[in-house]
Design a protein around this ligand. Structure first.
Ligand SMILES: [Zn+2]
Length: 386
């Protein structure tokens, strides 16, 4: 942690926090074409685990912080640099533990973190999406129980079959569409970036007569949009059985569920119980749920500063608020009254974004420089006196 002070006595409610995490997810080295920890420069890219998530932003935050110090500009608020770890694992050094033990050392009213995107296509920024809220994660086990026995005599209540049937029904279920203040503004902004036909449907999303059909069309067009519009369920793990010749008494699957802010797991599971409609199948909520946090405001000076800086840096490309389908540390910050916003400030193509947590993660070197420039602009816009 480091702090640039604007006055002898700190006013945490005005302070700006630049936060990024130092830890990364693991790698399967055999699937990479370069050393995942070698920081290889190749064809205009920097390759390495964490290049995008989140060491790139960590470096950009630090560069902006150092630049601010070097210019000797007169600050109107404290600016705090914070590098966290355990973000990917929610462990002892995570933001949660830091807030519990050391909140007084980095308390702030405003924060910028990972969580948003700058989408580039054909070398040009299409739009900047500033994360202002995020979905809430739950892991829920689907447990089917039946009679165990000798596999040579098939049983109708076989737990594996009941689990499979339940999962098929869950896979065909689609939760109702629910627009939030953030997604409404996002879709309004993104409509003009689509071709005429799709743009028309995006614009119809919030209309009483054509909304339902529009939601179907745009959900089919883009799975990420579908996930922004509703609670989602992804089965991710399966287990059951001990021997090939034994019918097991139990089989289980894990569902990774992402709720829209404001929705509750109880309501969704009641609906899934109806959909599955099988007394042999039960749902068990795991205890590692995410946090439901309030949405950051789209009206305050900090959000305006981010919008202005991004529009200036990226040639007037639209800046839209964004409700991420993934969770970030910002939920913890928002629960502590921080107006937290998410970016990854580097212009990236959809292809480069897909490499996050994947193989051959990389960042275009030119995009890195632009991301640093954006962070410098944001900090200057919001924290420097004129
Ligand atoms: Zn991250």
């Amino acid at each position: 942690m480091a702090r640039l002070k604007h006055a002898a006595i700190a006013d945490p409610s005005r302070a700006l926090l630049l936060v990024a995490h130092m830890d990364v997810v693991g790698v399967d080295k055999s699937k990479w074409t370069v050393d995942p920890f070698g920081a290889t420069m190749k064809d205009g890219y920097l390759y390495g685990r964490g290049a995008v998530d989140d060491k790139g932003m960590l470096a950009a935050n630090l560069a902006a912080f150092v630049a601010l110090k070097r210019t000797g500009a007169r600050l109107n608020r404290d600016v705090i640099f914070l590098a966290t770890c355990d973000e990917e694992a929610f462990g002892d050094s995570s933001i949660k533990a830091l807030i519990a033990k050391n909140w007084d050392k980095f308390a702030a009213g405003f924060a910028i973190n990972e969580g948003g995107v700058v989408i580039a296509k054909d070398g040009k920024v299409q739009y900047t999406a500033v994360q202002a809220s995020e979905k809430v994660t739950y892991n829920v086990d689907v447990v089917a129980r039946g009679t165990s026995g000798h596999a040579s005599i098939p049983l109708k209540d076989n737990a594996v079959l009941h689990l499979a049937t339940a999962l098929e029904k869950i896979g065909n279920y689609s939760a109702p569409v629910h627009l939030t203040a953030v997604t409404r503004r996002y879709f309004e902004g993104v409509a003009s970036l689509q071709d005429d036909e799709l743009g028309k449907w995006v614009r119809s999303l919030d209309t009483p007569d054509r909304g339902e059909h529009a939601a179907r069309v745009i959900s089919d067009a883009n799975p990420a949009w579908s996930a922004m519009l509703r609670d989602t369920i992804s089965p991710t793990m399966l287990s059951g059985g001990v021997r090939a010749n034994v019918i097991p008494a139990e089989a289980r699957a894990t569902l990774n569920i992402r709720l829209l802010p404001g929705d509750t797991i109880g309501v969704l599971l009641a609906e899934l119980n109806k959909v599955v409609n099988d007394p042999q199948v039960k749902f068990e909520i795991q205890t590692n749920a995410g946090l439901a946090a309030p949405t950051s405001s789209l009206e305050n000076d900090f959000y305006s500063a981010i919008m202005k800086a991004a529009a200036q840096e990226f040639g007037g490309a639209p800046v839209l608020p964004y409700q991420s389908t993934w969770g970030t540390d910002s939920a913890q910050l928002r629960l502590h009254n921080v107006q937290a916003y998410g970016l990854v400030p580097f212009p990236l193509t959809e292809d480069d974004l897909k490499r996050m947590h994947g193989n051959d993660e990389r960042i275009p070197v030119a995009s890195f420089a632009k991301g640093v420039a954006l962070m410098v602009r944001i900090v200057n816009e919001f924290a420097v006196s004129r």
